[in-house]
Each structure stands twice: as structure tokens, then as C-alpha cells.
Design a binder for this molecule. Structure first.
Ligand SMILES: Nc1ncnc2c1ncn2[C@@H]1O[C@H](COP(=O)(O)OP(=O)(O)OP(=O)(O)O)[C@@H](O)[C@H]1O
Length: 300
């Protein structure tokens, strides 16, 4: 197992927990830190994290420098580069799992961000405890509050580094962390973070059930040429129909990350609205076109 450590309290606490548990679990435990190169001195900090991980007894430990592109904004680009580097590190070391330090507070923030975007329940289900190809990514602290992780570091005198981005009001997530959630806790009580994390779990179960339903429904409305029958689609509950449409768009080559609810709603109106004919352009050069009683979604 490899722990992905930024040097922040959450992932340092996780690294220490992994080092402690590894002998009992009978696993070899290592660590990796990613240097995004976005701030002056980030390489020195990465070297410091490597030292700390070694002191905890983790082996192998490495720091990986990545080049962050600009696509989708700096936060998204850094995340993409980080996951690519973590994937490569897992391959290099033959690691079955990469542990991430996301906590219940991160989960609550993710749910609120989804709510504010007007997303469906898949977004409200936040981060999964297990994700990635072959279930590589694990988030063992997803039920743990951030304060406990911080305390664990203090009790063990583990030095941690606070990413200045996490406190920078220019970032939506940071405003939510430092202003939004405390205000919500003041108004609604301390249990709000835990409640939001529970919402995430309930939404995940519901979203999984709807996805399974949509998988079966898709087979029922598709003709031999892969076109979708509008009458069959129309008869489906909207939540299932939108999932069938989304799945068809992704199969036609639309990148899942750029396919938003508003795109699917537009395609949905080709079936349910007055626009009997017409075409909707989707990301990835995919076009959804109504042809009489059929809907064709393919590369345009
Ligand atoms: N530069 C990095 N190198 C390695 N892993 C990272 C890095 N940045 C983030 N991670 C991993 O992703 C998790 C979530 O990171 P994120 O920045 O979203 O949250 P955070 O609350 O700042 O976490 P932390 O307190 O551990 O830095 C971290 O706990 C860690 O496991």
C-alpha cells in the first residue's frame, strides 16, 4: 500500500496510521508525495515530506515532480496531474492500493458544492471510499472528522504543513471551508457535517440503483442500429431517461467530465418538448439528432 501524502494534517495522520497498522495487516507500506511545482520552495517541502514519511518507517518513499497544465483551471489541472503521478507510482511499486486522506469534512464540502451547482444525486454522493481502476484508491478517513486527524498529529508531535491554497479566499472550496461550513454549523448545529456525509452515502446508494435501472432500460429502447426509440424513452421516469441519454452520449465519445446536466436536459427536450426535429451539439463533437420517432446520438 502507498499513502499519498501532501504533508497536510489529514494525510500525515493517515501515513502514521498506515505505518502503525502495516505489520498487523501484513502489508508493505510506502508513501508518495507529489510536487506540483506551483509555489516557490515546493521542491524543498516535498523533500521534507519524504523525510517525515521515512521517519515514520514507510518504505519505499518517493517524491514525484509533475508539470501542471492549464486545462480546466489550475485546481483541476493539478488534480489530474496528481492522479496520473499516483497511478504511475502505484504501477512502479506494484502497489495494490493508494490511500488518500480525504475526511468527512472534505465529503461535506463536496456535497455542498454539488448542491450549489444544482447537480443530481450522483454528484451529491461525493467521493467513494473505494474508487479508480480496480478499486486502487482508498479513503479510510472518509468517516473521520478533520479535527480528529489534526489532534492525532498534535498528540504524536508530527509536524504538518498547511497548504496556503486551503486558506486562500480566491478558491471556492476554501471559502466554503472557512466561511460557509462554520456559518452552517452556527445556524444548523454541529451535526451538519456528519449529516451531509450521510446524505452522500444515501445518495450513492440511490444513484447506484438508478444507474442499474438505466442500464437495463437502455437495452430495451435501442433498435438494431443503436438508435433510441423516443416512445420507449418517453415512457421512462425522467431520472432513468436522463441516465440512458447520458450513457448513450458517453458511448458516442462525449467526455464524461464535460457532460453537464444542462446538456442532457437539452437532449431530453428533443424527446419530451415541442422540438420534434433538431439537433443538439454535445462535448466531444457528439451530436444528438431527432429523426422521426428515433433519437440518434453519435459523432457529428
Ligand atoms: N501533493 C500531494 N501529494 C500527494 N498526495 C496528495 C497531494 N495533495 C493531495 N494529496 C492526497 O489527496 C488528499 C486530499 O487532498 P486535498 O488537498 O483535497 O485535501 P486536504 O484537506 O488539503 O488534505 P491534507 O490535509 O492531507 O493535505 C490528501 O489527503 C492526500 O492523500
Amino acid at each position: 500500500m502507498l499513502v499519498a501524502c501532501s504533508g497536510g494534517a489529514d494525510s500525515v495522520a493517515l501515513a502514521s496510521a498506515l505505518a502503525f497498522e502495516a505489520p498487523r495487516l501484513g502489508v508493505r507500506a510506502g508513501g508518495v508525495t507529489v510536487d506540483h511545482g506551483l509555489q516557490a520552495g515546493s521542491d524543498a517541502r516535498a523533500a521534507e515530506v519524504v523525510l517525515r514519511l521515512r521517519e515514520l518507517g514507510l518504505d519505499p518513499v518517493e517524491s514525484v515532480a509533475v508539470r501542471v497544465g492549464r486545462e480546466g483551471g489550475p485546481e483541476a489541472a493539478a488534480r489530474d496531474a496528481r492522479y496520473a503521478a499516483l497511478d504511475a507510482a502505484a504501477e512502479r511499486h506494484g502497489a495494490a492500493a493508494v490511500l488518500l486522506g480525504h475526511t468527512r469534512d472534505d465529503q461535506a464540502e463536496t456535497v455542498l458544492l454539488g448542491l450549489a451547482r444544482g447537480s443530481g444525486i450522483r454528484s451529491l454522493s461525493g467521493m467513494a471510499a473505494v474508487s479508480g481502476a480496480g478499486g486502487r484508491y482508498r479513503r479510510p478517513f472518509l468517516q473521520l472528522d478533520r479535527q480528529t486527524a489534526r489532534k492525532a498529529c498534535m498528540v504524536q508531535s508530527l509536524s504538518v504543513w498547511d497548504d496556503p491554497h486551503n486558506a486562500d479566499p480566491a478558491y471556492t472550496r476554501s471559502r466554503l471551508r472557512h466561511e460557509g461550513l462554520p456559518a452552517l454549523e452556527k445556524a444548523l448545529g454541529k451535526g451538519v457535517v456528519e449529516a451531509l456525509a450521510r446524505t452522500a452515502q444515501l445518495s450513492r446508494d440511490d444513484a447506484d440503483a438508478l444507474d442499474a435501472w438505466a442500464g437495463r432500460a437502455a437495452a430495451g429502447v435501442r433498435d438494431a442500429d443503436g438508435r433510441l426509440e423516443c416512445a420507449g424513452l418517453h415512457a421512462l421516469p425522467p431520472a432513468v431517461r436522463r441516465r440512458v441519454l447520458r450513457r448513450a452520449a458517453i458511448e458516442a465519445g462525449a467526455p464524461a467530465g464535460s457532460l453537464f446536466a444542462r446538456h442532457i436536459e437539452e437532449v431530453d427536450r428533443l424527446i419530451t418538448g415541442w422540438r420534434g426535429q433538431g439537433a443538439i451539439n454535445l462535448p466531444g463533437k457528439v451530436v444528438a439528432r431527432r429523426q422521426g420517432g428515433r433519437l440518434v446520438i453519435r459523432q457529428g
